[in-house]
Design a protein around this ligand. Sequence first.
Ligand SMILES: [Zn+2]
Ligand SMILES: [Zn+2]
Length: 138
Amino acid sequence: MKIAIKDIPPIGLQVDGFLEKEDFTFDDEDIKCLAPVFVNAHLECIGNVVSAKASAKANFSVLCGRCLRSFEKEIVKELAFYYDLDECQKHIELGEDVRQEILLDLPYKVLCSDDCKGVCLVCGIDLNEKKCSCKTTI
Ligand SMILES: [Zn+2]
Ligand SMILES: [Zn+2]
């Protein structure tokens, strides 16, 4: 989402678009971006400063740290950026800044639900689905 500064009118500019899911790839295969990330932003240019209020919505598949099942996690972010323009600057790269913010926010250690029961340490059964009769007094 490259935005030309000259395209921002005095009343501001509303833009929306998608960031490709290929832009969100990870060494860690437990995290996957499931769909293009929707970004919607309002830009204003005052003097040499462009301000952008953006919201982004992303869907990731992540792994529960307790039961090790993957589940879908939606990330919704409200963001604000300020760009101090230098004289020869013609564009701002909003998409890249949004991308960085989402990456910062990604939950690497998450639970599928607050009361996830996890897996039995003895037999490995998923305790959210079944009960086992192991004695877990380890
Ligand atoms: Zn879980
Ligand atoms: Zn068990």
